[in-house]
Write a protein that binds this ligand. Sequence first.
Ligand code: NAP
Length: 317
Amino acid sequence: MTKLLITRTLPDRVLTEARARFDVECRASQKPMTEGEARAALVLYDAVLPTLGDQFTRAVFAEFETSRCRILANFGVGYNHIDVEAARACGVTVTNTPGAVTDATADIALTLMLMSTRRAAEGERLVRSGEWAGWQPTQMLGLHLSGKTVGIVGMGRIGQAIAQRCHFGFGMRVLYFSRSEKQLAFPAERVEVLTDLAAQVDLLVIAVPGGAETRHLINGKVLRAMRRHAHLINIARGDVVDESALTTTLEKGRIGGAGLDVYEHEPLVPEALRALDNVTLLPHLGTAALEVREAMGLMALDNLSAFFRGEAPPNAV
Ligand code: NAP
């Protein structure tokens, strides 16, 4: 029977299904795998079901010409923790779980957009502090979201789901920056230069994959181009945003605020960022709903099953 390593605890439904199909071993730690653990996994198992942060780096694959493990069926759509090219060179297939995560992650983007513009986290902290003195006409005034302009950076599956919500739900104008022009079922204009997009919008929402190509795509220059009242929302990967430049920007009040689900050195969130009231901080909640995590797990298992039946896995990357 195929020996499968599952690198983090998954929902019961997924584990039960995995055990019905494979000889499963579950890693006890909830922390991302180190390079040493990743290296060992390539030797000890036929397949691995890894997830966020598990270190399947170029250096790990460099030690193998071929590995016993033939497939990494990633749990999640983002796979910037896996060097896909290096895996391929060792004959290791990589798959992910697109689609299953799209709506849930778009919902978290909208949550952050509303929380940031309407100062919801700050307001909640005020009520919990016992210091709230009651309703006043000029208290805690935020930015009204309806009818504003959103700029989506990365108009892929999640970017489009966010844009749809913005257009149909909030009557917003949609602009976007992406590698390619998109055919969309709602009005949206492509802007070719990122700083031009940043300068025109009330909210800049990041939905590109992480990795070397997009590292610090949102840098000081892009942040300086944003309008003083505009908000930055990141549900993609932490290192897409230059976190230190963002912290300075927020400290100086150069933009209206930010809403973050992901961080550059996750799970480390710098004290300087945590000290600020104009940033909303969520603990990477994008796909954190039981049915979504179950769907992701079952999709990863279906990729494995197809692969070991000798078929092309549906979600090879
Ligand atoms: P996707 O469908 O592949 O969309 C990515 C989009 O980014 C595509 O439109 C792509 O353009 C664009 N893009 C890629 N590189 C770019 C670049 N250098 N400059 C400009 N645009 C670029 O992926 P998805 O399913 O929407 O997921 C996006 C990312 O969200 C994932 O990779 C993951 O890291 C993150 N995510 C986060 C959470 C969370 O929990 N917070 C949950 C799920 C996903 P083209 O279409 O032209 O190629």
